[in-house]
Design a protein around this ligand. Structure first.
Ligand code: 7RM
Length: 423
């Protein structure tokens, strides 16, 4: 307590202050906030969101996608509040909709690994929204923590931030949702402000790993290299019409805004993600297009190989990147975290390479497998592949300031240096 600066609240006379705080009218296009993107590229972009459209987008999607019944639901979005997911779906959407929310600050394993499940039991949480990376952490620890709690209040589950691999989807569905809760796999970005591709509970038939359909009114398409629309098959994800919560630009850098999102395909917004539309018209997100590897002329997405690795019963998490290779153009390097109690070995390495070959094809076999206790991730759980590429190519490491735990990278570099190389 410092004299002249600090005061005790109970000593402060606030009896004359009004008990209400009137709303401040704003213009629809007044700046609401700037969100600096997670920094998987070198220089962060200040993504601009304004007031009217953003709130319409956040509130509407929160209402329909989570089928919110404000009078009875207890809603919990377990994201970091500093991430766009925290802004749209912890703060603005739920507040606009008068939701009863759980807001939690802390790690899922303190004081023990039951933390989330005891909170759900205690508050009767009905809707849980989280990220695949968190689900895989719980998978790694094992289902016994969730099993020891009454989770029957849950009626709807959500996923966000990266493609949810079918293995994690099924684990979430069975062990958390008791096989009775629909899962909404929601695709969107900092720039979009609101969810754009998602199932609607009770309306859409879900498939493990697919974000299914554009939200009503959203004109999402997949196009070829030359911008032609793909009806069924893979390509680049674009948005052909505006939507309420779309970013109004990059703060102070209009040229970069235009070149990043609008120049690649004239007249449409380019999201930077690859996607595939299946025979039913459902969308499958394939990750950032910069993360596509090229092995002997075959285009392989990092997500595909990661999903094949995580499909192996011993694997908790995997991150994959390409490194330069004189023979094949690029070679695949896999960083693998094994489930609690399982040790990496040369036999395991061979088994994993063969598993990928079995699931995808021999061309996708990782040339190197590095066993590591953790993967380098941002606070929102996104793997920083740029750093993994640096490690794989023995370059000086790039900026690590947005990493949740910077020590992880040097540990991985150490292990990568010791790992045997195949082929
Ligand atoms: C909400 C958020 C955006 C990037 C985006 C995608 C990836 C997000 C999903 C997904 C597949 C999903 N904002 N992404 N959600 N990929 N399925 N359901 O994550 O700005 O931090 O990241 O995240 O690559 O472009 S973000």
């Amino acid at each position: 307590m410092q004299d002249g600066r600090d005061v005790w609240l109970h000593e402060l006379d606030v009896s004359d202050d009004p008990a209400t705080c009137p709303c401040e009218p704003m213009d629809a296009e007044d700046l609401l906030f700037l969100m600096y993107t997670s920094g998987t590229t070198a220089k962060p972009k200040g993504i601009v969101h304004t007031t009217g459209g953003y709130l319409v987008g956040a509130a509407t999607t929160h209402h329909y996608i989570f089928d919110l019944k404000a009078e009875t639901d207890v809603y919990w979005c377990a994201a970091d509040i500093g991430w766009i997911t925290g802004h749209s779906y912890i703060v603005y959407g739920p507040l606009c909709n008068g939701a009863t929310s759980v807001i939690y600050e802390g790690t899922p394993d303190f004081p023990d690994k039951s933390r989330w499940w005891s909170l759900i039991e205690r508050y009767g949480v009905t809707i849980l929204y989280t990220a695949p990376t968190a689900i895989r952490a719980h998978m790694k620890w094992g289902p016994q923590y969730a099993a020891a709690h009454d989770l029957t209040s849950l009626r709807l589950l959500g996923s966000v931030g990266e493609p949810i691999n079918p293995e994690a989807w099924i684990w979430y569905h069975e062990n958390i949702g008791g096989e009775r809760c629909p899962i909404v796999d929601t695709w969107w970005q900092t720039e979009t402000g609101m969810v754009l591709i998602t199932p609607l509970p009770g309306v859409t038939t879900t498939k493990p790993g697919s974000a299914t359909r554009p939200f009503p009114g959203v004109a999402a398409s997949v196009v070829t290299e030359t911008g032609d629309r793909v009806e069924t098959g893979g390509g680049y994800l674009v948005l052909e019409r505006p939507w309420p919560a779309m970013t109004r630009g990059i703060y102070g850098d209009d040229a970069r805004f235009r070149s990043t999102y609008w120049d690649r395909f004239p007249g449409v917004y380019f999201a930077g993600d690859g996607a595939r539309i299946d025979a039913d018209g459902d969308f499958w997100l394939l990750g950032r297009v910069d993360d596509v590897m090229n092995v002997s002329g075959h285009r392989i997405s990092t997500i595909e190989v990661e999903s094949a690795l995580v499909d192996h019963p011993a694997v908790a998490e995997a991150a994959v990147c390409g490194r330069n290779d004189a023979l094949t153009g690029q070679a695949i390097v896999a960083y693998v975290t094994l489930k609690s109690g399982i040790e990496g070995s040369v036999e395991m390495l061979e088994e994993l390479r063969n598993h990928v070959a079995f699931k995808i094809g021999a061309i996708a076999k990782p040339a190197n497998v590095v066993f590591t206790p953790e993967l380098p991730k941002t606070r929102s759980g996104k793997i920083m592949r740029r750093l993994l590429r640096d490690v794989a190519e023995n370059r000086t490491l790039g900026d690590t300031t947005t990493l949740a735990d910077p020590a992880v990278v040097s540990e991985i570099a150490q292990r990568a240096a010791e790992a045997p190389t195949e082929d």
